[in-house]
Design a protein around this ligand. Sequence first.
Ligand code: ZN
Length: 691
Amino acid sequence: MTRPIARPEQNLWDASAAASLGVLDGLVYRSNLLGRDRSVANYGGGNTSVKVEEKDHTGLLRRILYVKGSGTDLATITADGFTALKLDEVDPLFERDSMTDEEMVAYLSRCQLEPNMPRSSIETLLHAFVPFDHVDHTHPDATNMICCAEDGERLAKELYGDSDVWIPYVRPGFALSKQVGDAVRSNPGTKLILLAKHGLVTWGETGEESYSRTIEAINRAVDFVNDRSGDREAFGGAAHEPLDAEGRRRILAELLPVLRGEVSRETTKIAVVDVAPGVLEFACGHDSKELSQVGAACPDHLVHTKMRPLWIDFDAASDDAETLESKIVDGVRAYRDWYEGYVGRNRADDETMADPNPRVVLIAGVGMVSLGRNARQARLARDLYHRAIAVMRGAHALDSFVSLTEEESYAVEYWPLELYKLSLSPPPKELEGKVAFVTGGAGGIGEAIVRRLNDEGACVVVTDIDHEGAERLAQRLGIEAVAVTTDVTEERAVANASLEAALSFGGVDIVVSNAGLASSASLEETSVELWELNHSVLARGYFLVAREAFRLMKRQGTGGSLVFVASKNAVVAGKNAAAYSSAKAAELHLARCLAEEGGSDGIRVNTVNPDAVLQGSKIWEGSWREERARAYGIEPEELEEYYRQRTTLKVNVLAEDVAEAVLFFASDARSSKTTGNLLNVDGGVAAAYPR
Ligand code: ZN
């Protein structure tokens, strides 16, 4: 191997910390410790339990099983994430020969100590049937290298001797739980159970014993795989040289909008790029394409990664961007055909087919792109595929990687209990999966727009000339935002910002041109510089951003919405602001021209006309406030009142009011049939009424 498989963190059990904890908190501690290393317990995967005597609501002392609730994650689980079940009601199930999932779920829900606890994990009975107080079930990379090896059972015997029991693959549920319970009861010397193509079960008299057995089983598997695979190169050696960072950036920026457009026919997706060294090693591997098509490395991955990723062959030496583009389009279409066939062949009842597009796309020599209906889902597919790559790497070096068959995969992917886990996630927000690009996004109206669009579920590219302000806002919004320093008057800077949008989220759907400035001067006092400054930001800047938006949106082929933030001054003539007002008028007319040009591609272009947004708006921080006050013959601090009295509704206009109007034009759900339009957000100014 070019790089030995790393051990997970050593045994992290802190006996003194654990000793002070009660039973349930001890279970939380153990669970969090297992979840801390994703090579031990993947996202949402695995479950833990403890059996304890506790009083029920009548004061009766009963034996209780605390077990992880469905849809929680070991790394972050708290006491509330566990369900408590009355064991005297659960234990008799071990005498049964079979039980359907529905019967099991209905039965267990009646065994809960409290009615409003989370639904117990799919693998609950496995914990109940193992006759020890502490049980852990995980899907560690290292033991799954054995579990997913063709000759895994024999290899496991060599590795663990008589201390392990191997159970051939069976879908989690009553039958598997019973087999595990039987195996532990009838093999007293056993310390762990390996579930073929699935994972590991350990137990103990104490939490520490169960945890330590998991870590020991993993570390022994790591040493075994490293030892046995000898000098064998990972993934059969490198078939490609990875593309250099600059080439990769260029290629990805070109192809991501095409890919995102192609997979977003049914629902819009967020794309996340991953070019980490381990991913690149896989993307360049000689055997990787074949390996990637074998199947999932753990049943837990299936609903998030699907049975297999889409693999795109790419040769940087001979393929240009155009060739790659057609390979991506053809590849996604072929993938969808395969997926529809897979569902058709295996459908038992009339299950509704899930979105047929790939969740993971590997591009030879370039890297991995994961897709999801939001940033979190796209990252989850990525993170689970990291686990798959690690397992394939070890299993392939050791032996031959095997996975669930197509029927087994389907049975898990469309298993009602897995679908139930998905149903726990909140319903999609209005702009979920959409990417918004906002100029001048760091403060004032721009920040209000960024926040409003993000509140509705959009990922946001916050661009601003104010680097720190944009960074600060993006960081506050977390994984759904990225900051790009951009001067909208610079052609290259705008092109670069567009490229960053493609690299960050896969493309763009909503572009809000909001970057602005204002100046006030009589005509004679207006310098050429002042004139050009207004026109370079408000006319040229809006043109440059719109041009990049059109280019990107057309590559995506899924339409889009451009919203210009203009001003009342775009339509109302006033004194002492000729440079500003004429530039705003140019902006407004540009929007109308672009509405005509974008229509055939489903690109809508609309304008919001705010007036006198003083609060939070950056343009009022400069001399504009004083200049305006002087123009009206009032004191600067009288401006709010002056503007309020000037409106028909006698109100002040806030940045949030403008953001609301932007959302209206941005959202297809609200304004899909509106383009070339103009919406005043000014409290009513008769001179600006459209006619
Ligand atoms: Zn499992």
